[in-house]
Design a protein around this ligand. Structure first.
Ligand code: 26W
Length: 729
């Protein structure tokens, strides 16, 4: 039976798929064939839930969340789906009989690197959580042919390798070739008055491309709900222009195809800095129009009135990347479905909500008016009209305050004219949230201050969260089993239940088991480090880990300076009372970010010196673990004793790695920034009673006369552990 979950059913499916779908016999099958056969067999079971879910949504006439994100980082699907289906052990046995090892098959899986880091991984965590909470949702995104680059380290320098994640196919997606939408680009507009005397505008495009849907099922944990991530791929309308070809103009015929497919060719590999490139704007518009056209198609298919669109669709904008959606929905409602402006605007501003992920000025998107007007002439007109009406409202509230009007305008006229997308998103949304309490406060006090004064009720905080299924149960099964043995498995769907571990904090047996779990995870990572870097590390030393994108505000270089201080102290006094420590770094630098790449080189150079020095190498090791991604994050997280979260105060909007490391039982050394503040409140604080003036505190500021390190409020390097000093879990 293709959806049975007994060992026999799974084994039969695995072999049938190998024979019938892949045309292979086990003896001649490559590791990738075997992985694909298992993946497709598991996908059958997941899709079965997906079909039933859609039927339920239809029958119940549900309101749907549409999460619009230019980036997703789903991570490997196989193990997560086995956990969600509750058939991990059955699957292991089912492949063992024909001679396969499940962990080996898992290693064959390429993960979809469709994002840069925190913002994209948060999107995937939300998709997992909404499915588990049985919230009807669809995640709309872009199916980049090349995602974030693979990172190699050569002579200590980062080398970017093209991410050919689709080279061996993608067993987790189902293509919907019949589900395509037309996407106009460039050109100009024409206005006229129609026979009913209505002002009308048509958009005559320079190019037309089409979007094709690729669906990936997103199954919730131990529920029947299976939502979908729908990724759009750009293709030429005419895959080949024979007319041009017949005139011998072969290259013009192919050019159109190349231009069209270019739009979803590659992910922009930057984080926290915008690339004001035209292609980036094309990608954003392409994502938005395909998604909105799809939502309107469903809405009309179900016979629903367009005036009620916002009652059936809640669209979340993941940063300003999809914020052109505000203008696009107005265009679709007014130009294509002939709603009057006021009705369309009422629908639009009740449809969207906007999540801000950064305060850094260089990351706040603004598009040159000339560029946006050339690509989206009709949207520029609509943005002007939205702005005219909005500024009228501002002038009514704050008469005479033209400075405020200039500050709030959707158009920045201080120099070259730009469209401020954070303003477009704020004006067109019913709610605006930051991603941690401090960040949401700073958002109202700085970047969006004027808007918070005008619409205080519009602003809220939604602190980030991460899924414990992937980052504890999949990444660290022994820890998950230990916790479940003690408090039951309710914590996997309701993390508050972890509080029930508090009563075990003084239970010597539990702590011993917990330490064994931690040591096993460290041994596992030590093997991985040896494989990937050739460095031998001591699993009984403290694993001090900083894994995140390389960025000056994340201060990997501060961590590096701390290492040098310890090294020099050990050189001066080899008998110094310092616990053996292994520093592990991981993270990619944006290819164009020179200083970040130099920091990677610095870390590797420090590693060369430290790891080679016989005086210290048994007490101090430094490792740069290459190619940090979701798969490697799952390997690194469980092994951390210390989690470095030392951003410059006010710069890390929230952080999500901080939560993953804390959940896997690391002590956090952190700046009072982003979500560190809220983690600190949850797990308690343990101020380091420094036996010696630890270098980090002096780095935080000069020593004060009495020899006590001055506590810079922003950089209180406080270890976050339970009050009783035991490990947090
Ligand atoms: C390509 C331009 C660009 C610019 C900014 C791409 C991505 C961004 C994001 C705003 C950067 C980002 O990922 N921000 C991180 O978002 C995480 C999820 O909310 C937070 O936990 C991090 O603190 C924030 O830095």
């Amino acid at each position: 039976m293709r959806s049975g979950t007994t060992v026999a059913d799974l084994k039969q499916s695995f072999l049938d798929t190998l024979f019938c779908t892949l045309g292979r016999v086990p003896s001649a099958a490559t590791p990738h064939d075997l992985y694909t056969a298992l993946a497709l067999s598991i996908r059958d079971r997941v899709l079965k839930q997906g079909v039933q879910t859609l039927e339920t949504y239809h029958a119940r006439d549900v309101r749907m969340v549409a999460y619009l994100s230019a980036e997703y980082l789903p991570g490997p699907h196989l193990a997560n789906n086995l956990l969600n289906l509750g058939i991990w052990d059955q699957a292991r046995q089912a492949v063992e009989e024909p001679g396969c090892d499940l962990d080996f098959l898992r290693q064959q899986e390429e993960e979809p690197g469709l994002g840069n880091g925190g913002l994209g991984r948060l999107a995937s965590c939300f998709m997992d959580s909404m499915a588990t909470l049985e919230l009807p949702a669809v995640g709309y995104g872009l199916r980049y042919e090349f995602g974030i680059f693979d990172q190699a380290i050569r002579d200590g320098w980062q080398v970017e390798i093209t991410d050919k994640w689709l080279r061996f196919g993608n067993p987790w997606e189902v293509v919907r070739p019949e589900l395509t939408f037309e996407v106009k680009l460039g050109g100009y507009t024409e206005a006229w008055t129609d026979e009913q005397g209505r002002y009308r505008v048509r958009w005559i495009p320079q190019h037309v491309v089409q979007g094709i849907a690729y669906d990936t099922p997103i199954l919730g944990y131990h529920v029947n709900t299976c939502n979908r991530m729908r990724l759009w791929k750009a293709e030429a309308v005419e895959s080949f222009d024979f007319a041009a070809f017949n005139h011998g103009d072969y290259y013009r015929a192919v050019h159109d195809k190349m231009f069209s497919e270019n739009i979803t060719k590659v992910l922009y590999p930057n984080d926290e800095v915008i690339q004001g490139k035209n292609l980036r704007l094309e990608q954003q518009y392409f994502l938005v129009t395909c998604s909105l056209q799809d939502m309107l198609r469903v809405h009309r298919l179900l016979g629903r009135p367009l005036e009620k669109f916002h009652e059936k669709w809640a669209v979340q904008l993941n940063d300003t990347h999809p914020s052109i959606a505000i203008a696009e929905l107005m265009r679709l409602l007014v130009d294509e479905y002939l709603l009057d402006w006021d009705t369309a605007w009422h629908v639009t501003r009740h449809t969207f909500a906007y999540t801000n992920h950064t305060l850094l000025p260089e990351a706040l998107e603004k598009w040159p008016v000339a560029m946006l007007g050339a690509l989206l002439p009709r949207h520029l007109e609509i943005i002007y009209e939205i702005n005219r009406r909005f500024l009228g409202e501002v002038r009514a509230q704050f008469p005479g305050d033209e400075a405020r009007v200039a500050r709030m305008s959707l158009i920045d006229e201080t120099g070259e004219r730009y469209i401020r997308m954070a303003h477009v998103a704020t004006v067109g949304s019913h709610h605006v949230n930051g991603v941690a309490r401090l960040h949401s406060d700073l958002l109202k006090q700085t970047v969006l201050r004027d808007f918070a004064e005008l619409w205080p009720e519009k602003f809220c905080n939604v602190t980030n969260g991460v899924t414990p299924r992937r980052f504890m149960a999949v990444a660290n099964p022994p820890l998950a089993q230990l916790i479940t043995r003690r408090i039951g498995d309710g914590w996997l769907k309701n993390l508050d239940e972890l509080r029930r571990l508090e009563s075990l904090a003084d239970d010597a047996a539990f702590r011993q088991e917990w330490r064994e779990v931690k040591l096993a995870a460290k041994r596992q990572l030590a093997r991985c480090i040896a494989q990937h870097t050739g460095v031998t590390v001591d699993p009984t030393s403290l694993f001090d880990i900083q894994a995140k994108r390389i960025h000056e505000y994340k201060r990997q270089h501060l961590n590096a300076l701390h290492i040098l201080t310890l090294y020099l102290r050990l050189k001066r006094d080899p008998q110094a009372d310092l616990p053996a420590r292994t520093f592990i770094f991981a993270g990619k630098a944006a290819p164009g970010y020179f200083m970040a790449k130099l920091i990677i080189k610095l870390i590797n150079s420090i590693a060369d010196v430290v790891n080679r020095d016989p005086v210290v190498r048994d007490r101090l090791k430094v490792v740069f673990f290459p190619d940090f991604n979701v798969k490697n994050g799952q390997r690194i997280c469980p092994a951390a004793d210390l989690s470095e979260q030392i951003s410059t105060a006010g710069k890390e909007a929230s952080g999500t790695g901080n939560m993953k490391f804390a959940l896997d039982g690391a002590l956090t050394i952190g700046t009072l920034d982003g979500a560190n503040i809220e983690i600190r409140e949850e797990v308690g604080v343990f101020h380091a009673r420094a036996k010696w003036p630890t270098s980090r505190l002096t780095d935080a500021g000069p020593m004060v006369p009495d020899g006590q390190p001055r506590r810079d409020p922003g950089v209180a390097c406080s270890r976050l552990v339970r009050q009783r000093g035991s490990h947090l879990v």
